[in-house]
Design a protein around this ligand. Structure first.
Ligand code: ARG
Length: 577
């Protein structure tokens, strides 16, 4: 892993902060963020610092005077051309072209494309996907899988030691009903062909019977107690349900190229629950209420959380508190990140709060997302509210195949199918990842598979086009090694592209810090647009030797950044589309 622990943008930011510290040695500025942001308008610099405005109140000085002090004290690093004050007190920073070229060359020679080793092997545990045994995955689990996996990839790329943990819902009262139903009316053929659907059918039927029939209810309860007490046969059945369900889920994970380090379901923590409740009682954090044990969080503005039901059973909150304690003890993570749908916000607030009261200092983050809106008739595979994920992926691949056939009619069929797989799966993932997950997203195939908008196929296509430019170059100028020529930025569009390229590391950092894959998606879309205007306006293969090689190197770097960036979203980049 690379030594560098700071991205270029962070280095610039640190330089600004240090300069402010030397300007105002008597004031403590440590609570302010005094960094730079990429300039929005070239006229006002390549980067901009708004700190003078932020400091004005604290220093009781007007922002322009603060900016002037900055300029008077600043020792410009070699790559900065000039700095100036603008408007109310912005500090505009202009980079030297050679400075940008050095950054580009560094990126080109680094297999990590300049990504800093920010994690430095700190552990981050990400709890995602986490579907329930004996039930089909719903759209929320799919989103959790895709978003969680991208956060996972972003953190790994920054040098964190990531533990991806699939916290399966594999414990609970439903298993008494399923065991009884399984013994009485399982359809063994259906269990072979569609195990998860059959398990769900068994559960629903058994549940309905328990509503009408007290004897059935008691029998189910007895099966549950046996399971909980470790009865061999019931445990074996339960293990079968897990294995049947997981073998189905694993097919989906494989197609989505998602893998986990741990599959520790709720059952893993079962033996810790009594101890967990004891800890809460000892710390004076719980109280009896109507036979149940609760944590009263009203003072903190949260609803009461039940940690032991009146029948003695524990619940979701208890398990999650036990899970945090266990993970903290075993892995000492710097952060635990949970990815679920929006309906669980209260649950997470409650148990995060309780963990804090218990003295657990680990940073706990809940990333939630809204449910995607699915207009009627979007999916031919939709039944009621359940989308069969396998069928959805099949449909995506089939629709992508039409797109590929149209764009590459001469490609052989096996290859067309392989490309369609990458495009179809990519389109589904990108739709999930490219939007603010908390806003309401409406899924349409047209948008997901558009070749000319902010979509996966558009970016994949941009990548393939760049690959073909490089091929053309290699055929036309064999024997020339572009890497032997320096990168020189002479044209406006090429400088713009270069500036976007050097922002890659900080885009990855922001996406990870904000837990927002959409930041990465926006960056990549922006980059491919900059590339496209560079490609259209700057002579390329027709340029003379020197500029031509410099441009080919920019092209190579753009391709590498697109490939790496898309891989952080879990999206493949075929060489041809
Ligand atoms: N199994 C839960 C569900 O399907 C999600 C679990 C999320 N993780 C957690 N530690 N609570 O709703």
């Amino acid at each position: 892993m690379k030594q560098n622990t700071l991205s270029f943008e962070k280095q610039l930011s640190d330089w600004c902060a240090n300069t402010f510290a030397t300007c105002f040695p008597d004031s403590d500025l440590s609570t302010f963020t005094l960094g730079v942001t990429p300039g929005k308008n070239e006229q006002f610099g390549d980067y901009q610092c708004e700190a003078a405005m932020k400091l004005s109140k604290k220093l009781r000085t007007n922002p322009r005077a603060i900016g002037q002090a900055f300029i008077d004290h600043a020792v410009l690093p070699g790559l900065i051309e000039k700095i100036e004050i603008a408007g109310p007190g912005f500090i505009n920073i202009f980079l030297k072209n050679e400075g940008i070229s050095i950054q580009l060359t560094d990126m080109l020679t680094d297999e990590n494309l300049g990504l800093p080793n920010k994690g430095n092997n700190q552990t981050v545990l990400i709890d995602y996907s986490s579907p329930n045994i004996a039930k089909p995955m719903h759209i929320g689990h799919i989103r959790s899988t895709v978003i969680g996996n991208s956060i996972d990839r972003l953190y790994r790329a920054l040098g964190y030691n990531v533990i991806a943990d699939n916290h399966l819902g594999d414990w609970g009262t439903q298993f008494g009903l399923i065991i009884l139903g399984y013994r009485e009316f399982a359809d063994h053929d259906a269990l072979k062909t569609a195990p998860v659907e059959e398990l769900e059918r068994i559960y629903v039927e058994s549940y309905n019977r328990s509503k009408e029939d007290g004897t059935w209810r008691d029998r189910a309860k007895a099966e549950l107690v046996k399971l909980q007490q470790g009865d061999k046969e019931n445990r074996a059945l339960w293990a079968t349900f897990i294995q049947l369900t997981l073998s189905e889920f694993n097919k989906i994970y494989k197609r989505l190229d998602v893998s986990f380090d741990l599959y520790r379901g709720e059952s893993f923590y079962n033996d810790d629950l009594a101890k967990t409740v004891e800890k809460l009682e000892m710390a004076g954090l719980s109280e009896e209420s109507d036979g149940a044990l609760i944590c009263n969080l009203e003072e903190d503005g949260l609803a009461v959380a039940i940690v032991r039901k009146s029948d003695g059973g524990y619940n979701y909150t208890t398990t999650d508190i036990a899970t945090v304690a266990s993970r903290t003890e075993e892995f000492s993570p710097a952060e635990i990140i949970y990815v679920t749908d929006e309906r669980q916000q209260l649950h997470f607030k409650q148990f995060f709060h309780i963990c804090k009261q218990l003295g657990i200092e680990t940073k706990l983050t809940h990333i939630w997302f809204g449910l995607m809106r699915l207009p009627e008739a979007t999916f031919s595979t939709r039944e009621g509210n359940v989308i069969k994920l396998e069928a959805l992926l099949d449909e995506a691949e089939a629709r992508a195949l039409e797109v590929v056939k149209a764009s590459s009619p001469d490609m052989d069929e096996t290859q067309q199918k392989e490309v369609a797989r990458a495009v179809g799966i990519g389109a589904i993932k990108y739709t999930d990842l490219s939007q603010n997950p908390q806003s309401l997203v409406t899924f349409t195939w047209k948008k997901a598979l558009a070749m000319d908008g902010n979509s996966a196929p558009y970016l994949q296509y941009a990548y393939a086009r760049i690959a073909s430019v490089r091929d053309k170059y290699a055929t036309k100028f064999p024997g020339i090694n572009p890497d032997e020529f320096p990168i020189k930025l002479t044209e406006e569009q090429e400088r713009r592209l270069a500036l976007k390229l050097i922002r890659f590391p900080s885009a990855v950092e922001s996406a990870a810090r904000l837990h927002r894959p959409s930041v990465m998606a926006d960056y990549l879309y922006d980059l491919s647009q900059a590339y496209s205007s560079f490609y259209q306006n700057v002579p390329f293969l027709k340029a003379e030797q020197g500029p031509r090689e410099s441009r080919i190197r920019l092209c190579t770097l753009t391709a590498s950044v697109l490939k790496k960036g898309l891989s952080l979203l879990g999206i493949e980049t075929p060489e041809r589309i």
